[in-house]
Design a protein around this ligand. Structure first.
Ligand SMILES: NC(=O)c1ccc[n+]([C@@H]2O[C@H](COP(=O)([O-])OP(=O)(O)OC[C@H]3O[C@@H](n4cnc5c(N)ncnc54)[C@H](OP(=O)(O)O)[C@@H]3O)[C@@H](O)[C@H]2O)c1
Length: 281
């Protein structure tokens, strides 16, 4: 039986991916933040569940340690939790909220799970967004973790660009050891996305506009994640790549910048170092 750990599985795309994989006979671990929602999905799927607020790296660290203990084999790690936030620009760890929840927390989780991911020859699937193209263009490494000029839209574009750069560098560093990685855009999905913002995006996702042509259901939005999870890397998809609608998709020049991917990795390593060090004490 194959095993998938899915973050952001308490709602939207992650929940639907968990349902689809469970229907295909997989073991799935439901990882969420909201207790009631996470427990409800887990109960419905008869699956184990885990709670962590990714705005608190101490909780991500505890989650990683628990998952390492509970899962000797991981076929898929779906780093899917995320979204756009405007109410609290900095986390308790002192990093920009969108950057931490979408990227840095998943970076820490993936780094902690790496021994098992490698022995399992796992796929790491990162939920990015087409927003990396439109509002990730101003990405500057020294301005993503603690931005001087905060904008929720820029922060979201930056974070989703970080998902793609992380994917590329994961591939470069670990593919030779058997790991595969992909990033994908799920589509414009009528989920709970943007519920915590005062952005115009809230209008699109939480009014009648969500029934506009081109806006898809969370079940449809989960399809590329499920496709990446269930199809063989190296055969159906290429590790290190970016996908949409179950095929390779175009990215920006910035998203293909190998030096930027390496620099983001090194910066992320430094930012999470205190959490990894504490673990070994
Ligand atoms: N919807 C779209 O059109 C769209 C387009 C492109 C990319 N995406 C990406 O798709 C992914 C899933 O979003 P969605 O559309 O399914 O939205 P959603 O329905 O709002 O689901 C978001 C998930 O992320 C979790 N999450 C949010 N903040 C968290 C935190 N601080 N700590 C831990 N978990 C947290 C939520 O957990 P709780 O419910 O337990 O709080 C929920 O399970 C996100 O990465 C998003 O950026 C969405």
């Amino acid at each position: 039986m194959k095993t998938a750990l899915i973050t952001g599985a308490s709602d939207g795309i992650g929940e639907q991916a968990a349902i689809a994989l469970k229907d295909l006979g997989w073991q799935v671990a439901i990882i969420g933040r909201n207790k009631a929602r996470t427990e409800a999905v887990a109960r419905r799927l008869n699956a184990p569940h885990y709670l962590a607020d990714f705005a608190k790296l101490s909780e991500v660290k505890a989650l990683g340690a628990q998952l390492l203990r509970d899962f000797p084999r991981i076929d898929v790690l779906a780093n899917n939790a995320g979204g756009m936030f405007s109410k609290q620009p900095l986390t308790e760890d002192g990093f920009e909220m969108t950057f931490q929840v979408n990227h840095l927390a998943h970076f820490l989780l993936t780094r902690m799970l790496m021994p098992t991911l490698i022995t399992s020859r796992a796929s790491v699937i990162n939920t990015s967004s087409v927003a990396h193209k439109s509002i990730g263009l101003l990405f500057k490494l020294d301005d993503v973790a603690k931005p001087k000029h905060y904008s929720q839209h820029l922060a979201y574009g930056n974070a989703k660009l970080a998902n793609i750069l992380f994917t590329k560098e994961l591939h470069r560093r670990y593919h030779a050891q058997g790991l595969n990685a992909a990033a994908f855009h799920p589509g414009v999905v009528a989920s709970s996305f943007a519920k915590d913002t005062n952005s115009f995006m809230r209008l699109l996702y939480h009014t009648g506009l969500k029934r506009a042509p081109g806006v898809i259901t969370p079940k449809e939005g989960a399809q590329t994640l499920v496709w990446l999870a269930t199809n063989a890397p190296g055969v159906s998809w290429r590790s290190g790549g970016y996908y949409a609608k179950q095929r390779p998709a175009k990215t920006t020049r910035k998203a293909q910048d190998e030096a930027l991917a390496k620099a983001l990795w090194e910066m992320s390593e430094q930012l999470i170092a205190p959490y990894l060090e504490e673990r070994t004490q």
